[in-house]
Design a protein around this ligand. Structure first.
Ligand code: GCB
Length: 744
């Protein structure tokens, strides 16, 4: 029978593996002793500078493998970033390309006297083959998920079919929800003379491999309300004896998406409202523990989300399991992101990462859609890219007839782009109110798209803004990085969704702050601060609680701006987020007011005394308390320093004085030309660079290489359109006039 032994402990690790051209056969004292999960980038991948170590590093461990004559041994790796080469006793036993999926290596032929000296080269060097290539997150290197040794009879549920379980379960629920046919398919290695015995809910069936078991009046997997799981036991029988056995937990549910009415779960409207998640956390990178996964799920449940986008790659199988148990509907995806590579190897890599995701995660009831790409047109939109996307889409349909495909498109993808018709359902990433435009631009954009394309099922795959706990503002402004602006932005987004039932999904970017070593924003290096919760998961920002007020039934009161302790004005406004009907504010022991309301409770003109003040919000038994300090001197730490990127000044384009019509003289550039074309001209390049310089120094926006590449593919006019209503028309006229002076 199958025996699974965890091999996480006592590995040797050598960082500068690239210098070694020979496979190590033993570790010496230069090697460090480590336990898995492990990454070598946990610190340098989060401290900014975009200089984290990308190399080929070695892991080494010797294990004893005891096998009966009719048994085989496999090593199972649940995540090695990003290319893994496995050597057993000095011989190459397997290579895997892709840092996020499970792969297994049959090590039986390489064993020597019951021993395996395992050497694994984990390689996160830059390459031209494996996705992701460019993205706003750190590509941590290492064996950062579990490793197991599996010994099993030569006849077994397949271990080498794309890292899957060897059993796939497809529940088919009748329209009236009263009956479910559970379709079971098995993949068996050493199939001769075997039978499979299935047990489910008191029924036992024996077949040659596949089966359909019917459940009458099944208990449904009903989202966060009742995520009921059935357990199927599969036994492989040979000569009357069970030689392999495994269980699959699955859920009986159905879903559909309507372009007008949104998402349906088990025949009832079930608007998907949730968050996105990256798999890293402070000081650990991607090498996180089961307890870390569990803490993440707990926080996602606390905020009340009913869906989660597990971005931008395959997550740990354990996390999908936690989502099954929590009733969260999951958008699962592969790292086909930002920039497309038009080579055969890269194409194959997208296909193999997709195949592995679908096959490995197939049985999870929580997963309802396969995401084939994210903002993949940031580079360029070419026929090869479209083919790659269509092939990925077809592959998903071939492997899985039960789930729709989806894709997250970047704001600038035009409504009529063929990119919007490849997948079954669609979503956009929009940052109006942070990178561009203003928060009020979101609703009109969505309505306009929906009006023009009423048959496309539209969702919002990302939206969000930075919120850094150090910064505070009575009068929050876009890009001031304050906790207050972030909360205000999300209040507005929640209002936007409340009246738009057609949106099948919305996903906050992001549930947690995460590492992106290339970033330097808001005075914080190496981090994307758009989380509702901090990178260490210790602090829930104010914006967390506005979601909780909308989504959760767990009653609470939360005082906003509690970190804005030092205030200089004798009267201040206090805001409380709550899902109670009534909140009382008590200031320095005296009742200030009781307010009836809905989610946001405002107390204006609260008078503070010099020095320490106690402010308490009360609703029934629930209380929240904070201390404020009235002082004469403003606390300068609340405002982002200019040198670190203060955006409080005027934007350069607000001061421009230009008038007249847009002109497009022959032989000269204009805003109708692509940025990339203009940059091929020496004067054009100087002009564009000067604009970039202006944007970086005056708007304090960090224009990454990826963003610049993306811009090259667009006309200047389109780049302006991305800017939305925040950019005045004069700016367009002025830039066009400058371009009109440059000869083609
Ligand atoms: C996006 C990307 C995501 C980034 C995010 C941001 O559109 O899909 O990976 O992290 O924007 O914060 O800029």
């Amino acid at each position: 029978m199958r025996k699974i032994t965890n091999l996480n402990s006592d590995w040797y690790f050598l960082k500068d593996g690239t210098k070694k051209d020979k496979t190590p056969r033993r570790a010496n004292k230069k090697w460090e002793q480590v336990n898995l999960p492990h990454t070598w980038n946990n610190m340098d991948g989060q401290d900014g500078g975009f200089d984290f170590y990308r190399g080929a590093c070695w892991y080494f461990k010797t294990v004893k493998v005891e096998l009966e004559s009719d048994e085989e041994a496999y090593l199972e790796f649940q995540g090695v970033s990003s290319i893994a080469t496995v050597f057993i006793n000095g011989k190459k036993a397997g290579v895997h390309k892709g840092g996020f999926s499970t792969f297994r290596v049959n090590i039986t032929p390489y064993l020597k006297r019951g021993k395996a000296k395992i050497a694994v080269m984990a390689d996160n060097r830059e390459n031209k083959e494996v996705y992701p290539q460019t993205a706003d997150f750190t590509f941590f290197g290492g064996i950062y998920r579990d490793v197991n040794l599996i010994t099993v009879n030569k006849s077994h549920f397949a271990l080498d079919y794309c890292g899957g379980k060897g059993v796939s379960v497809t529940p088919k629920l009748s329209d009236d929800l009263k009956k479910a046919d559970i379709e079971i398919n098995t993949y068996i290695t050493g199939k001769a003379d075997t039978k499979v015995e299935f047990s489910l809910d008191g029924q036992t069936v024996t077949t040659d491999g596949d089966a359909v078991i019917t459940l009458e009046n099944p208990t449904l997997w009903d989202g966060i309300d009742n995520p009921y799981l059935y357990t199927l036991t599969c036994r492989l029988i040979k000569n009357g004896e069970a030689v392999d056995e495994l269980t699959v937990d699955f859920g009986v549910r159905k879903f559909s998406v309507d372009s007008e009415k949104g998402f349906f779960l088990n025949n009832r409207p079930y608007p998907l409202r949730g968050v996105s998640r990256h798999q890293d956390r402070l000081d650990k990178g991607w090498a996180i523990s089961k307890a870390d996964h569990e803490e993440d799920i707990k926080l996602v449940r606390e905020v009340g989300a009913n869906t989660i986008r597990l971005a931008h790659y395959q997550h740990d199988d354990y996390f999908y399991t936690l989502c099954d148990r929590a009733g969260l509907l999951v958008w699962a995806e592969i790292p086909f992101i930002s920039v497309f590579m038009p080579t055969k190897e890269a194409y194959d890599n997208t296909m193999s990462q997709m195949r592995e995701l679908v096959i490995q995660a197939y049985n999870h009831p929580s997963i309802f859609t396969w995401g084939i790409a994210n903002e993949i047109t940031i580079g360029e939109e070419t026929p090869e890219l479209i083919k790659n996307l269509k092939d990925l889409n077809d592959l998903c349909h071939k492997l899985d007839k039960s789930r729709p495909t989806t894709m997250a498109n970047v704001t600038m993808v035009p409504e009529d782009s063929q990119l919007n018709t490849i997948t079954d359902i669609l979503a956009y990433n929009h940052y109006f109110g942070w990178y561009m435009g203003c928060v009020d631009d979101n609703g009109p954009w969505l309505d306009n798209f929906h009006k023009n394309y009423p048959n496309i099922c539209l969702g919002l795959s990302e939206y969000g803004c930075e919120g850094i706990l150090a910064y505070h503002n009575d009068n929050p402004q876009m890009q001031d990085y304050s906790e207050e602006y972030q909360a205000y932005y999300h209040e507005k987004m929640l209002e936007t969704f409340a009246t738009r039932d057609y949106l099948w999904s919305t996903y906050v970017w992001n549930m947690f702050d995460f590492a992106s070593d290339m970033r330097d924003e808001g005075g914080v290096k190496g981090r994307n601060n758009k989380g509702l919760v901090t990178f260490d998961r210790k602090i829930k920002k104010d914006s967390f609680f506005i979601y909780k007020a909308y989504w959760s039934e767990e009653k609470f009161v939360h005082l906003c701006s509690r970190r804005y302790v030092n205030r200089t004005s004798e009267t201040t406004d206090i805001k409380v987020y709550s899902n109670c009907d009534e909140v009382t504010l008590i200031v320095n022991g005296e009742e200030f007011a009781t307010v009836k309301g809905d989610k946001i409770f405002r107390f204006e003109g609260v008078v503070l005394k010099q020095g320490k003040n106690t402010v308490k919000a009360v609703s029934g038994d629930l209380t929240d308390e904070m201390e404020l300090n009235l002082t004469d001197t403003p606390d300068e730490s609340y405002v982002l320093k200019v040198s670190e990127g203060d955006n409080s000044g005027k934007n350069w384009f607000d001061t421009l004085d230009a008038s007249g019509d847009l002109e497009f003289p022959d032989g000269y550039f204009s805003i109708k030309d692509k940025v990339g074309e203009i940059m091929k001209n020496p004067d054009g390049e100087v002009f564009i660079n000067s604009m970039v310089e202006k944007i970086t120094s005056e708007l304090h926006m960090n224009i990454s290489k990826g963003m610049m590449n993306m811009a090259k593919g667009f006309t200047v006019e389109k780049v302006f359109d991305m800017g939305g209503s925040r950019i005045p028309p004069e700016a367009k006229i002025w830039v066009n006039q400058q371009l009109n002076k440059i000869k083609k």
